[in-house]
Design a protein around this ligand. Structure first.
Ligand SMILES: [Zn+2]
Length: 213
């Protein structure tokens, strides 16, 4: 694997940095030219707070929020995002409210579900869906399916990274896009240009990281 990792700072706040590793990666659905290591942004509390401040901005003065639904290990960011949305201020629409931060679970059929005692936090509630990285869109699609099943009202979608913002059906507020990564591409496995050029796969991308092959 080439492993020449590089970093991409966020223009607005250079403390927020995305670590990028070029290579030939596969998920269960796609082959990708880069692996994005966003773990530090999700697990380092002070960085997660900086990320949350940026992600809360589009909603601060306009959007009522009852629940933040966190996917892909974004719970720490979600908690700080709630704190940011709840701050006191004349133009802050959620001041003095309650915001819950929740994560769906997978049932035995690997569908996303909320257990009976959690469903009240989704039903008829204004919800921000928070995800880590959008490449194929499959995670967002299944999360939106889950929210609509439990009658959640989508108030917005936020992500750390969105590969194809112009192709997204809904507006997605993301910190980074594929435009920040020169040469970023995803392929269906059978159409992968790296496979066609005879390059072996370097690693499998799994929840929380990658495993070298
Ligand atoms: Zn490939």
């Amino acid at each position: 694997m080439e492993m020449k990792a590089f970093t991409v700072p966020l223009n607005k706040n250079p403390e927020i940095v995305m670590n990028v590793i070029p290579g030939h990666f596969t998920t269960s659905h796609f082959h990708l030219t880069h692996y994005l290591d966003l773990n530090d942004l999700k697990t380092n509390a002070s960085l997660a707070r900086e990320v949350a401040i940026e992600l809360a901005l589009p909603y601060l003065s306009t959007t009522l929020v009852d629940t933040i639904v966190c996917m892909e290990g974004t719970e720490v960011i979600g908690a700080y995002m709630a704190e940011e949305l709840l701050q006191e201020g004349t133009s802050v629409v959620n001041s003095g409210k309650k915001i819950h931060v929740v994560t769906p679970t997978n049932n035995i059929n690997r569908q996303l579900v909320f257990q009976s005692n959690m469903q009240g936090l989704i039903n008829e509630q204004n919800i921000i869906l928070l995800v880590s990285s959008i490449s194929s869109g499959i995670t967002v699609k299944s999360a939106l399916g889950c929210l609509s099943y439990y009658n959640g009202k989508l108030a917005g979608i936020s992500a750390l990274f969105n590969a194809f913002p112009e192709e997204s059906e809904q507006e997605i507020h993301s910190l980074f896009t594929s435009e920040d990564i020169p040469g970023y591409q995803t392929f269906r496995p059978e159409e992968c240009e790296m496979c066609k050029a005879g390059h072996k796969l370097d690693a499998i991308i799994l929840p929380g990281g990658y495993t070298k092959i």
